[in-house]
Design a protein. Structure first.
Length: 254
C-alpha cells in the first residue's frame, strides 16, 4: 500500500491507496510541534481505525509546505519502509513543465493539484483550492503550469476579522441564504462566504479573459463542497484532488 500525504499550513490530508484505489482518507491538523515519534503514533491510530497497520505501507509520497513536518514524515518513512519517501520537489519527475519565473517558489500542493486536474480533464484547466489560502492555478493545453493567484482563505479571513473586530463573535462558516443579512451572524457569513465566492468568480473570469477561452474549473480543499455551490464558475469538485495527483506523480517515479 502507498500512503499519500499532503501537508498544508493548517491541515494535513492523508490517503491510503492499494491496487483498487483510495482505501482510506483522513484529515488532521498540521502541528509542526509534533515529533516524528508522536506523529507515528497518530498515523498508527488513524490506520487502525480503518483496520490497517502502519507496517502495511510500502512507500510514502509527500507534498509539504511545512519543512519541520516534511522531516518528520521522512524519518517515519525510513523507519517503516526502509527507504526515503518520494517528496514532491526538485529531483522528482512530475511530467509538468513549470512556467513560473522561479519554479522553486511554487508550492508542491499547487503543482500536484494541477497534475491531477490535467490528468482527469486535460487542458487548459483551472484549479481553485480552498485552504489556508485560496489559490487559483492555471494549466495550459499542453499540460504546463502557467501560474495563478493567491488570496486569503475563508478561515484566514474570518480569523483576521474576529481578531480585529472586538464586537464580532465567531460564526460557523455556513453558506448564507441571502446576501442581505438581518442579524450579525448572517451578515458576517454573507460577507465571508459570498464575498469569497465573488472574488473567486471574478478571478476565474479574468483568467478566462487572459486565456481567451472558458475552461473547466476544479475546486478542492476542505471547504470546496461548501464554497463550490456559491460560485458560478466552478464546474467540478474533488476533495481528493491532491491525493490523486500524488499518486500520478508516484506512478511516474516508481
Amino acid at each position: 500500500m502507498i500512503l499519500a500525504v499532503d501537508v498544508g499550513n493548517t491541515h494535513t490530508v492523508l490517503g491510503l491507496f492499494d491496487a483498487g484505489g483510495l482505501d482510506g482518507h483522513w484529515r488532521i491538523s498540521s502541528n509542526a510541534a509534533l515529533t516524528a515519534d508522536e506523529l507515528r503514533i497518530k498515523l498508527s491510530a488513524l490506520l487502525a481505525s480503518d483496520g490497517h497497520v502502519l507496517a502495511e505501507v510500502e512507500r510514502f509520497i509527500v507534498s509539504s509546505v511545512v519543512p519541520r513536518l516534511t522531516a518528520a514524515y521522512e524519518q517515519i518513512a525510513e523507519e517503516v519502509c526502509g527507504v526515503p519517501p518520494m517528496v514532491v520537489g526538485p529531483g522528482l519527475k512530475t511530467g509538468m513543465p513549470i512556467r513560473y519565473d522561479n519554479p522553486h517558489e511554487v508550492g508542491a500542493d499547487r503543482i500536484v493539484n494541477g497534475i491531477a486536474a490535467y490528468d482527469a480533464l486535460g487542458g487548459p484547466v483551472v484549479v481553485v483550492d480552498f485552504g489556508t489560502a485560496t489559490t487559483i492555478d492555471v494549466i495550459d493545453a499542453e499540460g504546463a503550469y502557467l501560474g495563478g493567484a493567491i488570496a486569503p482563505g475563508v478561515e484566514t479571513s474570518a480569523e483576521a476579522l474576529f481578531t480585529k473586530a472586538a464586537r464580532l463573535a465567531k460564526v460557523d462558516l455556513d453558506a448564507p441564504l441571502k446576501v442581505i443579512g438581518t442579524n450579525t451572524r448572517a451578515s458576517v457569513q454573507a460577507g465571508l462566504m459570498l464575498g469569497e465566492a465573488v472574488m473567486v468568480d471574478g478571478l476565474v473570469r479574468r483568467v478566462w479573459d487572459e486565456l481567451g477561452a472558458e475552461t473547466p474549473v476544479v475546486a478542492t480543499g476542505g471547504l470546496a463542497p461548501t464554497m463550490a455551490p456559491l460560485c458560478g464558475t466552478i464546474t467540478h469538485v474533488d476533495v481528493d484532488l491532491t491525493l490523486k495527483g500524488l499518486m500520478v506523480v508516484y506512478a511516474r517515479n516508481a
